[in-house]
Design a protein around this ligand. Structure first.
Ligand code: C2E
Ligand code: CA
Ligand code: CA
Ligand code: CA
Length: 278
């Protein structure tokens, strides 16, 4: 398994020669991976509880390493953020997501694709213009996209983040607060930012069946979101019981392993054809 050292090098055990430790520059590896087309766009469907219909999909990146197989984002996103490589990766994810929108359009399907943004993206003054260029080039509407931002990404530099978000929002793209409840959220900011969606972190959703405290947090968060005029999405729906709990609490949309694990983007249409809501 790959391990990230403090100095930013990635260290992994070779299964062939267990005694030796290889140390490579992860940044070089990431750059090479982009050149060699080793990143893959995975998506996880977002389902509307009332209608049972697929209304969106979250873009989640995977790194298909020639030797190590699927490398999960937790192993390289934090490093990509530290080094600024994330900006390149975000552009790649946006392009891939746009391509997905186009192929869904061609099939007569309109879905919102959610893309994760990092602090570095919010500090990138060029992002709104680059995003607009991409939409024009691909003849897509900004309304086809939702951008997910964590509370901590906003809190790193609230003033600058607010500027970027306002510019993106003015273009017609939707904004979502991701992992809600886990950051240093300031409710005052939630009120001020031009957000459309609040996403309840999966840590509160996973054990809702057995944890009364989680149920109370989720119920209150749904009410808070609705009182602020926001759409509320729950991630980490792993069972039919939790599906029904959330539906009865008027949660708007759900995402989770119970409906689907993240799947390669080119399999989404096929998945949608066999999806039946409980
Ligand atoms: P996230 O944005 O909170 O994404 C949700 C994570 O929860 C995904 O992990 C997803 O696979 C997982 N998940 C979804 N449903 C369930 C469920 O029912 N149960 C459980 N236990 N987990 C579930 P993933 O794909 O490993 O991504 C981890 C994190 O990496 C993401 O968390 C996000 O912060 C980051 N990430 C992934 N792709 C990108 C990307 O393209 N750009 C950026 N900036 N970050 C990304
Ligand atoms: Ca997310
Ligand atoms: Ca999340
Ligand atoms: Ca997360």
């Amino acid at each position: 398994a790959a391990k990230l050292r403090n100095d930013g090098a990635v260290v992994y055990d070779s299964s062939i020669d267990k005694g030796s430790e290889q140390s490579l520059s992860l940044l070089t590896e990431l750059r090479t991976a982009l050149e060699r087309d080793e990143f893959r766009l995975f998506v996880q469907p977002k389902i509307h509880f009332d209608t049972g219909k697929v209304v969106g999909a979250e873009a989640l990146v995977r790194w298909v390493h020639p030797e190590r197989g699927n490398v999960f984002p937790d192993e390289f996103i934090p490093f990509a953020e530290q080094t600024g490589f994330i900006r390149k990766l975000t552009r790649w994810v946006l392009e891939q997501s746009a391509a997905l929108c186009q192929s869904l359009d061609a099939a007569g399907i309109q879905l919102k694709v959610s893309v994760n943004l990092s602090t570095r993206d919010l500090m990138d003054q060029d992002l709104p213009a680059k995003f607009r260029d991409m939409l024009e080039r691909r003849r897509l509407s900004a309304a086809s996209f939702c951008l997910e931002i964590t509370e901590s990404a906003i809190m790193d530099d609230p003033v600058r983040a607010e500027q970027t978000l306002a510019r993106l929002h003015a273009m017609g793209v939707e904004l979502s607060i991701d992992d809600f409840g886990t950051g240093y959220s300031s409710l005052a900011y939630l009120k001020r930012l031009p957000v459309n969606e609040l996403k309840i972190d999966k840590s509160f959703v996973l054990n809702m069946e057995s944890d009364a405290g989680d149920v109370m947090i989720v119920r209150s968060t749904i009410q808070l979101g609705h009182n602020l005029g926001l759409r509320v999405v729950a991630e980490g729906v792993e069972s039919e019981a939790v599906w029904h709990q959330l539906k009865s609490m008027n949660c708007d949309q759900g995402q989770g392993y119970y409906m689907s694990r993240p799947i390669p983007a080119d399999q989404l249409l096929l998945w949608m054809q066999q999806w039946r809501a409980p």
